[in-house]
Design a protein around this ligand. Structure first.
Ligand SMILES: N[C@@H](CCC(=O)N[C@@H](CS)C(=O)NCC(=O)O)C(=O)O
Length: 210
């Protein structure tokens, strides 16, 4: 088994945090995304989408999508549970994980991809068509990122963790998104006391150091 990874990138970090929470050690291969390593013929032969992370199983089958990779490991190593236990909790984790990803991480990515010089002609990830950056899309994404921060703080006013009363995959996606937002100079707003309380707790976990 081999995990194609990039140490600085937010999506692979979600998988590494998840593995650390489970205490699972998987060999990693570093991919240089800014240098185009994910678009090399060798990598595209493994994952034609050209995105990272990709997990290659011992028999050569692959899994991409960070959450799909995490689900694979959850099925193999159910404890500690990070995707929910009963029907209601599983639905809550799914609900909040998707909100953190679609409303939060995608918004931050929209700012980053449309402003970072290294991605001037790479407005979409991986082997997607070459797209020029869009200042308008960057600005819309910035507005949506700030809106996501507001919703996160409101959620954490009512809940100890993002999805329920304990740490789950939704917290991993949310924490990685908060850290990713710093890349585009958006921090946790000063008056978001609930997010600050939660962030101090989740970022203090040993798994967050990865
Ligand atoms: N939804 C995918 C997103 C994968 C993705 O976009 N990964 C980024 C790194 S965080 C990437 O591979 N970027 C390649 C590029 O920018 O060309 C996941 O969760 O794994």
């Amino acid at each position: 088994m081999l995990l194609y990874d990039m140490i600085k990138a937010p999506n692979p970090r979600r998988v590494r945090i998840f593995l650390a929470e489970k205490g699972i050690d998987v060999p990693r291969h570093e991919v240089d995304i800014p240098g185009g390593g994910n678009l090399s013929p060798d990598y595209l032969a493994i994952n034609p989408r050209g995105v990272v992370p990709t997990l290659v199983l011992a028999d050569g089958r692959i899994i991409d999508e960070s959450v799909a990779i995490c689900r694979y490991f959850e099925a193999l190593h159910p404890e500690p549970n990070l995707f929910g236990r009963d029907a209601y909790e599983i639905a809550q984790v799914e609900r909040w994980q998707r909100q953190m990803e679609f409303d939060g991480m995608f918004s931050v990515a929209g700012v980053f991809r449309n402003t970072a010089p290294a991605f001037a002609t790479r407005g979409a990830p991986g082997s997607a068509p070459s797209l020029a950056q869009s200042p308008e899309l960057a600005e819309r994404s910035r507005v949506m990122t700030l809106h996501w921060f507001d919703k996160l703080n409101a959620r954490l006013a009512d809940s100890a963790f993002v999805a329920c009363d304990r740490y789950t995959i939704a917290d991993i996606t949310a924490m990685v998104t908060v850290d990713f937002a710093r890349w585009v100079r958006i921090g946790i707003p000063e008056d978001h006391a609930h997010t600050r309380r939660w962030y101090a707790e989740v970022s203090g976990r040993a798994s967050a150091k990865t």
